[in-house]
Ligand binder design. Structure first.
Ligand code: HEM
Ligand code: HEM
Length: 166
């Protein structure tokens, strides 16, 4: 595993692209639910622009996340921030793992629902997985702010300013 002293500019950019796409998805999700209900009620017609954007942005999240995981393997990731307690770093690592899993499970469940017509996948997508994603994001953002303002560690700074990868 390569050792890195900071995130690369590509890794930083892709983190914030993911944030923008996921926030967009949570906002535009209603339009997708309407399209899904219309289809379930047997109403024909093509999906509206909101639903189409939801599918495009959702598939983009999947591609960006898979590429981020590839970059993590090839470029590495920065070591644990020195200034914070070990439990905070461990909780952070668990949160990041959960985020990656949910950022893969959300688009996959949505695609299985929409393209294969599986109702159970739609229920999981709009129910348990969505709630879990929002909860983990809240924990993640709270953690990032605590690390920055309370522990005064470098985590947030290095996710804003790319560093060297050696
Ligand atoms: C990270 C990616 C995604 C996120 C965060 C996300 C989020 C959401 C949200 C918040 C809703 C609305 C739930 C509600 O109002 O109850 C929704 C609905 C839906 N999404 Fe996604 N979505 C993502 C990707 C996708 C993809 C790629 C597809 C299809 C290719 C998709 C298909 C659907 C469908 C079919 C629904 C309606 C489900 C229902 O109402 O039962 N989603 N999504
Ligand atoms: C939709 C919202 C978000 C998602 C899905 C998300 C996702 C992720 C993921 C998956 C990682 C792990 C990177 C890795 O280890 O490979 C990460 C790291 C990070 N995120 Fe977020 N993030 C979100 C919002 C935010 C926000 C709003 C902030 C700032 C307040 C933030 C700050 C950070 C920081 C500082 C790290 C790096 C931690 C470190 O270097 O140890 N994130 N994020």
């Amino acid at each position: 595993m390569p050792i890195s002293t900071g995130w690369s500019s590509q890794q930083v950019a892709l983190h914030w692209v993911t944030v923008a796409l996921v926030v967009f998805q949570l906002i535009i999700g209603d339009a997708m639910s309407e399209a899904w209900e219309a289809r379930e009620d047997g109403l024909g017609g093509p999906p509206g622009i909101g639903a189409i954007l939801h599918i495009i942005a959702g598939v983009s999240v999947l591609l960006v996340v898979l590429y981020r995981l590839y970059l993590r393997r090839t470029h590495g990731h920065p070591p644990r921030s020195e200034n914070q307690p070990k439990w905070a770093s461990t909780l952070g690592a668990i949160t990041h793992g959960a985020l990656y899993l949910l950022l893969i499970a959300m688009p996959l469940s949505g695609a299985v629902a929409w393209f294969l017509g599986v109702e159970g996948a739609a229920d999981a997508h709009a129910g348990l997985l969505r709630i879990a994603l929002v909860a983990v994001i809240v924990l993640h953002v709270a953690g990032a702010l605590v690390e920055h303002f309370v522990f005064r560690s470098s985590s947030l700074k290095r996710m804003l300013r790319p560093g060297d990868i050696t």
